[in-house]
Write a protein that binds this ligand. Structure first.
Ligand code: AMP
Ligand code: GLY
Length: 423
């Protein structure tokens, strides 16, 4: 076993912050680089590298010239662009699925066909390649109907239309906006959970589960976002239901990945809904979730770097051991997110919290005087004995901040605490 691993994380958000931090904690890791990373990573001893995540040649050159043992890819666009195929061809180890497997996230239609081929429970669906046929297809679905852009949309390309007028307008807008395929789906009902499976060929191991809050506003109002806050564990999820998710979703999915010869090495993120008729897949993603990662990784007892090291080297994957921490995090965004996030919002210096910490995302400047550089700026996180305490810690820290051009949700974690008005 190497004891001075040199690792590269690709990406710049809160998810990559949390990944780099967890990798850095391992006694087997000497250096963690992050490209391009963010300025907040100075607080965790991660070396940022000024190479854009889309510059695949630049990343490969860096990995080779800096003796990187393996690279961990955060964002889906980089995986869909084929970074893994490029690295594999050059003999450079990488954690993240290849371009073919990345279509499970990159194309809704591809993922739905995969699920239908391998008998994986999901919503009834149909794919259309013109606005006219799609509008005609509405008659085969009840309202509300789910309308999805086929391609990558960062969680924002989904509309749940309550009536024909909204549905028609949405479909026309999606095609006019350049979509070449749009999917109509039966609207599933039930609580939604995020499951993260580390996959290495035919082996898998499951990370702690989490729940995200995708809508922008309190009480689950407003448009979908990349995610506004998360928590783990999930007290409301019964053990037996989690086991059903493994038996009815994870195992057949693994069977599909093996039968279909995907050579999957990376995280498979399964967005699940626990419906009356059992667990169903809402979506596959081919990477960790943001902001779930920030609350999932602190709950892992294992040496995470060694889990990923085993995956990239096709060694035996360990079972993941969860600690008893209750972790909750709230994302702070710039006003106008997700549609028109205000640029360059003033943050200044974020104070130390007594029982909270910050995972930085889209920030620039220096730690004494930060500026927001996009929609989701940073996440305030607390680890406590119970979720009520963690929630209390986070909101009491946030209440002391004076951030004029920012906002956050005020009800992260309420679902776990018995407020089922939001689903
Ligand atoms: P996606 O981009 O597929 O993750 O969808 C974003 C969000 O839309 C999901 O997290 C769900 O909350 C919601 N959603 C997607 N598909 C469905 C469905 N078939 N039924 C109900 N809600 C859905
Ligand atoms: N939190 C949702 C996502 O990462 O897609």
């Amino acid at each position: 076993m190497k004891d001075d691993l040199v690792l590269l994380v690709v990406g710049s958000g809160g998810r990559e912050f949390a990944v780099a931090k967890k990798l850095k904690e391992s006694p087997h890791v000497k250096t963690v680089y992050c490209a391009p990373g963010n300025v907040g990573m100075q607080t965790i001893g991660v070396e940022t590298v000024p190479i854009e995540e889309t510059d695949l040649d630049g990343l490969l050159d860096f990995a080779k010239s800096h003796n990187v043992d393996w690279t961990f890819v955060g964002p889906e666009n980089v995986l869909c662009a084929g970074i893994t195929d490029k690295f594999n061809k050059a003999g450079q180890k990488i954690f993240g699925p290849n371009q073919r497997a990345a279509q499970l996230e990159g194309s809704k239609d591809y993922a739905l066909r995969f699920m239908s081929k391998y008998d994986i429970p999901t919503a009834r669906y149909e794919t259309y390649t013109s606005a006219e046929t799609c509008i005609a297809g509405l008659k085969d679905f009840e309202y509300p109907v789910v309308i999805k852009e086929d391609g990558l949309a960062g969680g924002k390309g989904v509309t749940i239309a309550q009536n024909q007028d909204v549905a028609e307008e949405t479909i026309r807008e999606m095609f006019a906006g350049g979509q070449i395929a749009v999917v109509l789906e039966e609207c599933l009902v039930g609580p939604e959970y995020s499951m993260f499976v580390v996959v290495s060929e035919d082996q898998f191991t499951i990370l702690p589960m989490a729940q995200d809050h995708k809508r922008v506003g309190d009480g689950d109002k407003g448009p979908n976002t990349g995610g506004m806050g998360s928590y783990s564990p999930l007290p409301q999820l019964k053990k037996a239901d989690r086991q059903r998710m493994i038996d009815e979703i994870v195992k057949p999915t693994m069977n599909g990945l093996v039968q279909g010869i995907y050579h999957y090495c990376g995280v498979l993120y399964i967005g699940l809904m626990m419906t009356e008729s059992g667990p169903k897949v809402i979506e596959y993603n081919v990477r960790l979730g943001d902001p779930e990662t920030q609350v999932v990784l602190p709950r892992i007892k294992n040496d995470f770097a060694m889990v990923i090291d085993a995956a990239v080297n096709h060694e035996k994957l360990p079972e993941i051991e969860e600690n008893d921490n209750c972790v909750l995090g709230v994302v702070v965004c710039s006003k106008g997110y997700p549609t028109h996030p205000a640029p360059n919002v003033k943050i200044g210096k974020l104070p130390e919290g007594a029982n909270t910490y910050i995972d930085y995302a889209n920030v620039k400047g220096d730690l004494e005087n930060l500026t927001g550089d996009g929609g989701r700026l940073f996440m305030v996180i607390s680890e406590a004995d119970n979720l009520v305490q963690a929630q209390d810690n986070v909101y009491s820290y946030l209440s002391k901040l004076d951030l004029l051009d920012c906002f956050y949700r005020h009800d992260i974690g309420n679902r776990a605490l018995g407020d089922f008005n939001i689903i």
